[in-house]
Write a new protein. Sequence first.
Length: 247
Amino acid sequence: MTPTPAFPGGTSVSRLAVYTGACADGLEGGTPHLHTASTEAYVVIAGRGALQTLDMSGFRETELSSGSTVWFTPGTIHRAVNRGGLEVVVVMQNAGLPEAGDAVMTFPPEIVGDPARYREAATLPSGGPDAVEAAVRRRRELAVEGFLRLADAAREGDLQPLHSLYASAVALVRPSVARWREIWEATVVRETRETAAVLDALDRGDGDHLLRSSLLEAPPEPRWGMCGHLHAHDVAHPVVHAPDPAR
């Protein structure tokens, strides 16, 4: 059986309406976190805001408005700040890995350094919408608390807390790496190999792959995200549109 074509480049895509409601520092927005293996991109489609980031080069704030396109590599702590109707198309490297846990929220060190306490703080309940929304807000506040500590230390030239966070993040995700490798092999590596095969075929003058062309669709699925209300698209299980016999 021919495998279903993946979303371009082995990536995933979702639409994000960044959270409102002020945090302890008075800013509205998402839950600060980092990815350990994947690069993430924001393409702003509406509203305005900012992206606060922290990495080994320090803290920075990048203004966002409709048309802004930014991306950040593994290890970059990021916090989306909503200053009015901020909506973003999110493109994630390594489709499947972020969904499998490639994100670590910036909880205070006593929590992020303890896997059991981290899981308890990070996991959303299975109750009704009110219970889930309350849990989303609690974990956002906890991550903002840890993020502000990290940013304050970085402004004073102390990057040791960031080093410690990175070490805790690696320890948290390490048990998942074998499963992540399976996902990566089935998506990114497979797509790379298929592109190589297509180039080899074209070099031979062989265009048979064009006869297998298709249209695919991934309907939106509402979810609670770390940065806002998500409309995620399950690119691993798309709808394959058959030819319309009436045309």
